[in-house]
Design a protein around this ligand. Structure first.
Ligand SMILES: *Cc1c(COP(=O)(O)O)cnc(C)c1O
Ligand code: SF4
Length: 365
């Protein structure tokens, strides 16, 4: 393993070449300047990459290639139509009872598969006090909103003080508001998770926080990452994981099974497995849905219910999230009973309860 300074971050081709001998496709990225998402990799994460393997799954996630710059007719910059669903400058209200707040566009590491590339790494910085207050007022006026996602960018790039005042702004108006801290930092830069961060969060006990991580490969679950997540869990903040299904990274049943089992063994609940969104510049990461469905079926057989994530797709044109997966329900048989085919291929039927009207009829007969 290469030694690394914990605080260092690589942002140029030259610095990157000190760690990895770049492939042609990786060099070509730097010849074209029209890619919006900057290069940024903490040396911590670089140290996890095997430099001998040009197809290393961690490398694929963070080292840019020219494939990002290929124009794509099916791809758009905002397939979830988050701009249309924005109710204040950084607040997205797509589902009735929950909202997403874009706390900052900055991340310690830019993932090449990022679906929010229209915003991520655009050097806008953290939400201003005005933007925070505007969003908090909106949430205060919409009592149907029960949860807020602090997302971005990566919310944990904010300083403790800034994060504290952001939480304060929302919780002073809505003490009951559940806050999801959506962050890749446990995987990308776990040393950010300090005791002082956790102490700060613990003051806000009027409603729960949830930590939503993004681990995409079992090798990201290092000792440091585990310690970082432990700090949240010990403080009473449950940890969940959202994995993006990525070609050449984790589109393999063995890899996903190992990832999910290890997550559970470290008190992280696998929550979603996401089909790749139709975001321009990420086509080379997408897995065909047919293969995704097959993986889902294999996972369902090999994982416990606890370790099983929901395979889901966020539909284009702002259609929203829907679960994907094999159906075990075949339809109804001639007697009107529901027919199922279980994981082993065996058929079973389940008749519906007799309705009250029907049972009254039977009494009269
Ligand atoms: C995914 C998402 C949520 C949260 O959805 P869950 O299914 O509850 O995890 C909320 N708002 C937006 C805009 C989202 O994209
Ligand atoms: S951490 Fe999240 S927001 Fe940041 S680049 Fe990665 S996927 Fe995008």
């Amino acid at each position: 393993m290469q030694t690394h300074d914990d605080m260092a971050v690589v942002t140029t081709k030259e610095a990157l070449q000190r760690y990895l001998s770049l492939k042609e496709d990786e060099i070509a990225f730097h010849e074209n300047r029209n890619c919006s998402l900057p290069l940024k990799i903490p040396t911590y994460f670089l140290s996890l990459i095997n430099p001998e393997d040009p197809d290393d799954p961690l490398r694929r996630q963070v080292v840019p290639t020219r494939y990002e710059q290929i124009p794509e007719s099916k791809g758009t910059i905002d397939p979830l139509e988050e701009v249309r669903y924005s109710v204040t400058e950084r607040l997205i209200h797509r589902y009735k009872n929950r909202v997403a707040f874009l706390t900052t566009d900055i991340c310690p590491m830019y993932c090449r598969h990022c679906f929010r590339r229209r915003f991520t790494g655009t050097f806008q910085g953290p939400a201003s006090e005005e933007q925070v207050n505007e969003a908090a007022t909106y949430v205060a006026n919409h009592k149907e909103i029960l949860e807020i996602l602090f997302t971005g960018g990566d919310v944990l790039t904010l300083s403790d003080t800034r994060l504290e005042s952001m939480i304060q702004a929302f919780r002073s108006k809505r003490p009951d508001l559940v806050i999801r801290i959506c962050s890749r930092i446990p995987a990308s830069y776990p040393m950010r998770i300090t005791d002082s961060l956790i102490t700060m969060l613990k003051q806000f006990s009027s409603a729960p926080f949830y930590l939503m991580c993004q681990f995409n490969h079992p090798r990201e679950l290092t000792q440091q990452a585990i310690v970082a997540v432990d700090r949240f869990v010990e403080a009473g903040i449950p940890a969940m994981n959202q994995t993006v299904l990525l070609r050449g990274v984790n589109d393999d049943a063995d890899v996903l099974v190992e990832l999910c089992n290890r997550l559970v063994s470290h008190r992280i609940k696998p929550y979603y497995l996401f089909q790749g969104d139709l975001v321009e510049g990420t086509a080379h990461f997408r897995v065909p849905i047919q293969k995704g469905l097959l993986l889902e079926e294999q996972l369902r057989q090999r994982l416990s219910g606890l370790a099983m994530p929901v395979y889901a797709i966020d539909l284009p044109a702002g259609g929203g999230k829907v679960p994907l997966g094999r159906s075990y329900l075949l339809g109804k048989d001639e007697q009107g009973a529901w027919m199922f085919q279980n994981a082993e291929g065996v058929i079973r039927t389940y008749p519906d309860p007799i309705s009250e009207e029907q049972s009254d009829q039977e009494h009269l007969e």
